[in-house]
Design a binder for this molecule. Sequence first.
Ligand SMILES: [Zn+2]
Length: 75
Amino acid sequence: MAFDWIFTLLKAQIGNHPKEFTKTVKTKECPSCAMEVDDKAKVCPICQFEFPKRSPWITWMAIFLVILWLLSYIL
Ligand SMILES: [Zn+2]
């Protein structure tokens, strides 16, 4: 299904939600080795895990597309 990637993206976003808002220094938790790494890092420096791209505008675009998709069913 074409919208699967949106839900994957949203799930990733929700999963990281509480930590990103409580941290003053921007870090993210590596899903592979559970270490805090630089938020801007594309690859984990500890285990070389490749982080999926997560830009705020992509998240909002995904939400917008989901709303638009739902509206197309309602209207
Ligand atoms: Zn790692």
